[in-house]
Ligand binder design. Sequence first.
Ligand SMILES: [Fe+2]
Ligand SMILES: [Fe+2]
Length: 368
Amino acid sequence: MKSKLFTSSQQRGIQLNIASRPLQFIAGLSALVFVLNFTLEVLVSYGASYVHLVQVLCLIGILSVWVLVEDLLILRLHDWSLFRVLTFLLMIQLALPILRMGFLAFDSQAVSSEWLPHTQEQDNWHYLFLAPYSLIFMGIHRSIVSLFTLNEKVHAQNTEKQMLMTLNALALARDNETGNHIIRTQNYVKSLALRLRMMGHYVKELNDQCIDTLYKAAPLHDIGKVGIPDNILNKMGRLSDEEWQIMKSHAAIGEAVLSSADIEVGGDQGVVKKAIQIAGGHHEKWDGTGYPRGLKGNEISLSARIMALADVYDALVSERVYKSGWSHEDAVKEIVSKRGIHFDPLVVDALIAEQSNFQEIANKYRDN
Ligand SMILES: [Fe+2]
Ligand SMILES: [Fe+2]
């Protein structure tokens, strides 16, 4: 299933986000070019041989061309007048080493011409002007590029925010669970993730950004219910085997719906990427008896393993038309009995340590 679910403005946002990467790239390269330029002048001051100078000049020339090509590529995508000025300055920067290189390589007399200083006094003045010039130019270039990058980042974040609001509304509209279920599970997930990290587990995966992404992605875990017919989704009584099979397909549908968006907002750490893992994996079980893929242990993404426990805990303690809510103690007992069977043992340990927090969340966001 491969369909485009997003509007052109959202696609533009994604495109801009991609364009922000060369900007950072250019900033780094520009800095290198100017540092090399400065190094060249230092080499001259210490009387380096002109062969070495030509080599350094060649390197500066190549890097300048590279930077220029990147600039021109960005200008093809965006009409940024400030960026045009920057590109023009880079062209001048490129022209200078090329001219110098030509003089040095093909005309040994040029060494004594005004293209290069040839007395100690001229050297000193030359460096006096050139060093701050290089540094200032580098600083200005870096600032402008940062400004553009920041704008791009803000734009991408806004796009992501709008998209998540839309997806959340869609998930909620089709979910047979309450709105508070979404808020509770979102908070349970965060509390488990923080506890796991505190206990020294999955420390690398559970950095602040990852936990924040997990928190934002959690409400989308059942978005696949958009593909489940009303008569099954809202059925009061027990589902037949056939209906249950259809109901179970929500995990695969959720993963497919989110994947079909084909979005890369925020790269690998993006909320949609995380939501894909959660939607597709939150009904997998540690022992491999879950669905849709029957994944085992660490084959299931950590996000989905955390989500699975949060989702089940909330389902157990919540009251439904067909069942009364379990006590917190009974729910924890049930989950602990499934440690290493249904749930990641370490996530169960995190629940045991986070019990008071879970109760607090359950009370705070109780269904009316
Ligand atoms: Fe689900
Ligand atoms: Fe759920």
